[in-house]
Every structure is written in C-alpha cells, then in structure tokens.
Design a protein around this ligand. Sequence first.
Ligand code: NCD
Length: 329
Amino acid sequence: MSQRNVSLFHVLDPRQFDRTLLDDLCALTTRLRQHAKSRLGARSLQTLLPHKRAMLYFTQPSTRTFLSFDNACHLLGIRTSEIRDPSISSEVKGETFEDSIRTFSSYVDVIIMRTHKAGMAAQSAALMDRIERPVPIINAGSGRDQHPTQALLDIYTLERSFQCRGGIDGKVIGLMGDLRRGRTARSLAYLMKNYRDVRLVFIAPNAFAMERDIKEHLRGNGIPFEETDSLASVIGELDAIYVTRLQTEHDVGDESASFDHARFRIGPAQLPALKPDAVVMHPLPRGPELDPAVDRDPRAMYWRQERNGMWMRVALLVKIFEVEGELPD
Ligand code: NCD
C-alpha cells in the first residue's frame, strides 16, 4: 500500500470532518484564493501538483460541481480526464463498475465521482483499500444521499458571512425545500454537529420532511432542530436560510405534484421579514423556490457560494496531496 495521508484521503461523507479539520480547510481556502490574486501567486499554485492527474467521473448531470473541480485541479497544475456519459465507456461492453474504477486508478491519482446511486463512492473507496495502488475517491454527489464537498463550501460560505459575528456558532439556520431527497441539505445538517449552540429549522411540507437518519444524528449530537411547514412563522428568527429545489429526478410516480412552490419560496414578498443581516443561500441550480429578483438583495449569498466552491475544492486537493507546507507565506 502506498503511504497514506492520515488526515484526509477519501472524501466520502461529511461525518468524517471534525471542527479542527473544518477550521483548517476554511483558513486554507482563504489563503489559497489570496495567493491566486497575483500572477506570481497563481503561478506558484500551478507548481504544486503538476505531477498529479485527476479523473472526473460524472455520470449524473452537473454544472457547478464539475466545473469547479475541473478548474480547482487546473489551478493546482493537475491534469484532468473525464467521463460524463457511461454510454461511451466500456461499461456498455459489460465492464463492471468496480473494474472501471480500478482502471481509472491505473492512470490517475484521484477520482472525483458523481453517481445516480447512493453508496458508489463508498464502494469505490472500499475497492481502493483492497488494491495495490489506491487513489483517493472524492464523492461529488452520491444519488440522493450525500454531497460532502458542497457541505464544505456551504460551511465556508456561512463562516465568511458571519465572520464579524462569531462565525457559525450560535446561529439559527433554516433549511427549506425538498429536504427528504436533497443531498445538499442532508450533508450540511451532518456538519452542524461541529458548531456550538447552533439551532436548525427544517422548513418543508410533511411529504418532503428531513429523513429520520439525519434527525437521529442531530439528536445524538445534541443539535436542536424544529420542523415546520410555515416559512412565515420562522423567517424572522433565521440568521441564514438555505433554500433547495424540488428533486423531481428522484420522483416515483407523480409525488412532486403535491409540492406547493408558493409556500416554500423566497422572493421579494418574503425579504422584508428576513433579518437585515441574514444570508440567503442555495446550492443551485434554482427553480421557482428562489426568485431571481432576490439576486439584487445584499443578503443573497448564492453566487458567492458558487465561487467559494472552487476555492474550497482547491483547498481539499491541497490537503489530500499534503502540499500545504509548500505554499509560500
Ligand atoms: C446540487 C446537487 O447536485 O446536489 N447541485 C450542486 O451540486 N450545486 C443541488 C441540486 O441539484 O439541487
């Protein structure tokens, strides 16, 4: 087995991150983006990992996660290959998923993957742990289950938004929309156990409420949460509202038909009730739940959140390949 970085190798699940690592990643993200501002700094970043190659295996649609990982790799000098359509890979000849992943690992040094089904990143990591040349697996979204790197960039965005107000500790964070099938909200909820005195408010219709596994995790970690189907009754308490879209791609039958968009949306009519220093976040892409008119409000944080994603992913790669010590001061 090759030498393993003890702090970070595979990135599979938000529960593997503790507060020290989160704080460290946030500080590193800020440091890296500062570096990249000057030509000299940007050039020095590109010399960190030119000896590494990455595979982007994205067999589920993606715009932001794919582009931000691709650009994060290039910022560090990492060369990338991609498969976005399994119908043009040997999987159509009947090659198993595991053999495909093993093949990627023969050519690259990290595999970043987004899959339709839950558990495939974990399955790939388990395979890596059995073979002679294991490479790190990064879960870039596993079905409706988890999206750990999105949760990391969400944490970074929240920490930055509240940096003059003590960070995430002590804040009330609302998560709204299709919480049952939205992996971003599920992953972000997992990370909340790392913050003190945080309270979560889940805003969703009953049929789209947060699943029991997440609620049990929160109870087990002493993180208070409440559930409501009325945004109006809680909006004034929130320091952040994390809006998510209806995940229609996971529909069985016409289950999305019952979702009342008018009650779970942020638009000009809701903004006056939101605290003046609250922030509106969204993992994007958006649907009717987030009116484009909100873009003009200074509390809209989602475009910044999107940019933060690339820098957090740069930091993640720097940590995985342990080149932080090579960054100039
Ligand atoms: C999210 C995803 O793919 O889970 N998008 C993203 O990665 N920014 C959110 C979504 O599709 O609703």
